[in-house]
Write a protein that binds this ligand. Structure first.
Ligand SMILES: O=C(O)CCC(=O)C(=O)O
Ligand SMILES: [Fe+2]
Length: 512
């Protein structure tokens, strides 16, 4: 993704964020253990209601990834055809409690130059079936021959740099596989955990998974250093990684969000011979993640982009809906807001979203349909309480706003400090909430004075959030991730980028 500092580029909100302090040190949490329970779940009773809610919200950032495993049934039984129901014989009950198992997975791919003969037609393909049969380890070489080096996005370009990403790939046009995340229940699980729908909500959401790549991380030193996944469209909310059964060690996938870290360790070896298992992990794709070095064998994954779609969620299972009034969050918010937090004077209640959201221009973002984790929950709580929330891109103006860097030139005789005062009187506050997402400067603004320009841009794009705004959360420490957004994606940016957002609720003044 381009980290543009060229003022002639169309600037976007993302570029205007001030660098933030370093994130809190990461608390390592591994797959087998629960997140450390936060003592702040029960805020001390003496705090005012809004402070109690703030403390409660601080502990609500844990939901950003989920994963699981599916054993492979290496000798699949022939499936008995189901008999159609008749009047005397009801339909077969659904075998919902049967453990889900997968058949072995076959991968087929195009062979570019079969037999290496010139002039030979290019339409042959090869295949392997996993888990590999004993003594068929050499089959993996044929698969390797069908791959090409995997690039990634840096500074708006696709680059190959083994120091950052050492991996091989196949494009979806060159391979297919019998693996189906829908029929194995993986997509249902992701929908329930990462994109739940809420009873009565206007946003009933389902997940669509689109196969993206086959990747092979091979020893020695196959890896992908920390990055966030480049969103392919504004409705992309997540990424799914499926690890197919091939012996390897190392290659742990680490996913991070707001100082928390989950490790998916899928290594298999003679010590842990459970290689006849498919393992998977899904996460919100704005979460930073990395793949540690593979120290032996080959780590083979299929990656999918996950999109939020409107639907009934009944693709493979029953619709799962959540009654928001039963969430502790609902109780916490309604108790805190029982008393008007602005004492009748009116103001804005702000919730900095815990995640970043993809948008592109000029198409609107699909928010609130793509809200993630606690952001979705707070949105629904505000809705349920009839508070008319809005979700906006919120930008924080930098002290030295490099993109309009010549503002000081208007006051050449003043010191930086004095010139800065002029700037501060021009813009009432540093926080501006957008009615739209990207900020685009048209030619018109180039012709007016710098200070007027600032004000005009921001009042036409959004509104200033003044001291009457009470923030329930502090903005996520983004300094590292912000750099990662700008510099490292898994593909050079396709028109869609992430923005930081806030959910806002306006409380009118009493009698207004
Ligand atoms: O293979 C994996 O574990 C994930 C790969 C990844 O992060 C990516 O392709 O963007
Ligand atoms: Fe990734």
């Amino acid at each position: 993704m381009a980290d543009s500092s060229d003022p002639s580029d169309r600037p976007v909100a993302r570029l205007l964020f001030a660098p933030r302090p370093k994130p809190k040190p990461v608390e390592p949490v591994n797959e087998a253990t629960e997140d450390t329970p936060s003592p702040s779940n029960q805020p001390p009773p003496e705090k005012p209601p809004l402070d109690q809610l703030k403390a409660f919200l601080e502990s609500q950032n844990h939901l950003f990834t989920c994963g699981g495993s599916i054993p492979i049934n290496e000798k699949p039984r022939a499936t008995k055809p189901r008999r159609a129901p008749t009047r005397n014989r009801p339909s077969n009950p659904l075998t919902v409690d049967e453990p889900r198992t997968s058949d072995p997975i076959t991968i087929r791919w195009d062979v570019a130059n079969p037999g290496g003969k010139k002039g030979h037609s290019n339409n042959a393909c090869d295949k392997i079936t996993l888990p590999l049969a004993p003594k068929s380890k050499n089959d993996i070489q044929r698969l390797l021959d069908g791959t090409e080096p995997a690039t990634f996005g840096r500074g708006g370009e696709d680059v190959y740099d083994e120091a950052y990403r050492k991996a091989l790939k196949m494009e979806t046009t060159a391979f297919c596989s019998t693996f189906d995340p829908y029929s194995l229940g993986i997509i249902d699980t992701i929908a329930q955990v990462l994109l739940p729908s809420i009873v009565d909500s206007s946003t009933h959401r389902s997940v669509r998974a689109e196969l993206y790549k086959l990747n092979l991380y091979t020893s020695p030193s196959g890896k992908f250093k920390k990055h966030v996944d480049t969103p392919r469209s504004p409705s992309q909310f997540g990424s799914l990684v499926v690890c197919l059964p091939l012996e390897h060690e190392g290659g742990q996938l680490k996913v991070r969000h707001e100082g928390r870290e989950i490790t998916y360790d899928w290594s298999t070896s003679s010590v842990r011979p459970d290689h006849a298992t498919i393992r998977w992990a899904a996460f919100y794709s704005d979460c930073e993640h990395e793949i540690l070095e593979v120290t032996s064998g080959h780590r083979l994954t299929l990656t999918y982009n996950l999109y939020a779609v409107r639907g009934t969620g009944r693709m493979t299972g029953a619709s799962q809906t959540l009654d928001i009034t039963h969430l502790p969050l609902y109780q916490a918010v309604s108790t805190a807001l029982d008393q008007d937090p602005f004492g009748g004077k009116g103001g804005t209640l702000g919730f900095w979203c815990s995640h970043a959201y993809a948008f592109n221009d000029p198409i609107e973002t699909p928010l609130p349909d793509t809200l993630k984790g606690v952001d979705a929950a707070i949105w629904e709580v505000f809705q349920k309480l009839n508070l008319n929330p809005t979700v906006s891109a919120v930008i924080e103006l930098e002290d030295e706003w490099r993109w309009l860097k010549d503002w000081k030139d208007n006051e050449p005789d003043k010191t930086d400090v004095a010139a800065h005062k002029v700037w501060e009187s021009t813009v009432p506050t540093r926080l501006v909430a957008g009615k739209d997402f990207g900020i685009f400067i048209d030619q018109y603004y180039q012709d007016i004075a710098e200070d007027e320009r600032l004000n005009e841009i921001f009042t036409s794009w959004g509104r200033y959030l003044d001291e009457n705004t009470q923030w329930l959360t502090t903005p996520v420490s983004q300094s590292e991730l912000q750099i990662a957004y700008a510099a490292y994606g898994n593909q050079a940016s396709a028109e869609t980028i992430y923005s930081h957002c806030a959910i806002l609720v306006d409380f009118p003044a009493k009698g207004a």
